[in-house]
Every structure is written in C-alpha cells, then in structure tokens.
Design a protein around this ligand. Structure first.
Ligand code: SAH
Length: 256
C-alpha cells in the first residue's frame, strides 16, 4: 500500500496528525527532498528505508514502490505542501493502478496557505474578492493557452502564483496588461513557515525589484490582490455570517 502524504509547506509540525501517523508507521519513505523539511524524517521508525526523490526519475520511484509492495511493506510518498497541487501524483497513481497497487492520499497544508498565514492575510474578503486563482507562469512546463496568466489576471481575483519566482519581470508585465493599477498590493513569501522564511509586501509593479533586494530567486509564493491592502484601501465589508442582524441555522439574529 502506498500513502501519498502532504508534508505541509515547511515547519515540521504543520504535517497533519494523520500524515505524521502514516510516516511513523512506514517501512519505506520516498520524500521530495528539494522542498520537504528533512526534520520530518525523524518521525520515521527505526530501520525505515528512506529515498530522496529529488535525485530519482518516475520509473525509479515506481521501481522502489513495486519492490517494497512485493515485500508487503508500507510505503509513504511524502510530497511538499498539499500533494494535489503541482505534486506530480496523478502519474504515479495511474501507474500504481496499472500495477494493481493500492494507494490513498492524505492532504497537507499548501504553501499558499502557509504564505497567507505568514502575512496574516485573508485571501477572500467580502466585496473585494471571493475567488482565489491558483496558477503559475508558463516556464519549462507549458500552461494551456486558454489559461494564460494574463487572461486569469483579468479577473482581478486574488492570485496565488506558484513556481514563478524567476519570472517576476514577465509577471509584472502581464499584470499591467491585465489592467492592474501599479500600486495594487502583492507579496512575496519565501520559504513560508521555515525558520528562514521571508515575507515581504510590495505592489504588482515592484515584484522584481523586491525579490532582487531580498535575494529571493526560488521557493517563493507570490500573492496578488486587493485583499492584501488595508481596509481603507480596499473597503472590504464585514462578513454576513457573524453580523448581529443575520439569522443562520445556528443562531437567531436581531432581524428574526
Ligand atoms: N504541492 C506544493 C507545491 C509544489 S510546487 C504546495 O501545495 O505548496 C513548488 C512551488 O510551491 C514552489 O516553486 C513555490 O512556488 C511553492 N512553495 C513550496 N513551498 C513553499 C514555501 N514554503 N514557501 C513559499 N512557496 C513555496
């Protein structure tokens, strides 16, 4: 059995309770060493076989899984953040299915969640944005044309941009073309929730210079949108849910 486990985005105690239990019970762990906090490996049992997938190909990863399964071992495939985002898990799951190997997935705290927490930001504010666009700039991995960065940015919804810290000049250009005011708030969060985290606020026109000044080149989450502004700037409304006059299934409001 293979358990795909989300390691969380950095701090070792951000793995879920379930993920930590699966890790502690595993006979074999294959972890994404480029981004998973190695401290998590301290939670494995004695004699656990550990592989760093940063140095492995897909066939090699599958080879380890196939052999370990034949030995009736429990395998954890530890991915950074939440495995469902840019995790390359689908290709593994499909191959496991072909091989008749059972698997399941344990979710994790994604880096966009970690970055929002570090900034103390709410990504969805009433009357500002009720949508989070999770995307990336096209790089070595292509992005389908119909979801080009510019066309998504045109919504002016909150954006959480992965895998794009090296493309900030292009990103600024796309945001400008999508009609953003140059002073629209943005933030760069480098290694969110790691000890070396850097969370810097900037604007959509100062992304590149901010990253350069801070020496940030990779492992960064770019958050964009008016939700990052002050209340004076974005004029967000309080929620209806907690408004005294609002009746819900759990509470009678003064409007009842
Ligand atoms: N599944 C992961 C994403 C993997 S793709 C998740 O849910 O977070 C790798 C990209 O995620 C990086 O290029 C970066 O944009 C982002 N990332 C991963 N960990 C990060 C962290 N601790 N802080 C900021 N960004 C991070």
């Amino acid at each position: 059995m293979v358990h795909f486990v989300g390691a969380g985005c950095g701090a070792a105690d951000l793995i879920t309770v379930r993920g930590a239990r699966l890790l502690s019970e595993a006979d074999v762990v294959i972890y994404a060493g480029s981004l998973v906090n190695p401290e998590l490996l301290k939670g494995t049992k004695e004699g656990c076989e550990i592989h760093d997938s940063a140095r492995m190909t897909l066939p090699e990863v599958l080879g380890v899984m196939e052999r370990a399964e034949a030995e009736k071992k429990t395998i954890v495939r530890l991915h950074t953040g939440d495995p469902s985002l840019y995790g390359a898990i689908r290709e593994q799951m499909d191959r496991l299915e072909e091989m008749g190997i059972a698997y399941d997935v344990c979710p994790g705290v994604s880096s966009f969640n970690g970055a929002a927490a570090s900034l103390g930001a709410e990504l969805t504010l009433p009357e500002v944005s009720q949508t989070v666009i999770i995307t990336r700039m096209a790089g070595r991995t292509a992005v389908p044309e119909r979801e080009s960065f510019r066309s998504l940015a045109a919504h002016h919804s909150t954006m959480a941009v992965f895998l794009s810290a090296g493309l900030l000049e292009e990103m600024e250009e796309e945001l400008k073309e999508a009609g953003y005011r140059p002073d629209t708030p943005a933030a760069i969060v480098y290694k969110a929730t790691w000890p070396e985290e850097k969370a810097v606020r900037c604007t959509v026109s100062t992304l590149k210079e901010t990253a350069e000044r801070e020496g940030i080149r990779k492992t960064a989450m770019i958050l964009i949108g008016n939700v990052l502004g002050t209340r004076e700037e974005n004029g967000y409304a309080d929620s209806r849910l907690y408004a005294p006059d609002f009746t819900t299934g759990f509470r009678k409001g003064t409007d009842a």
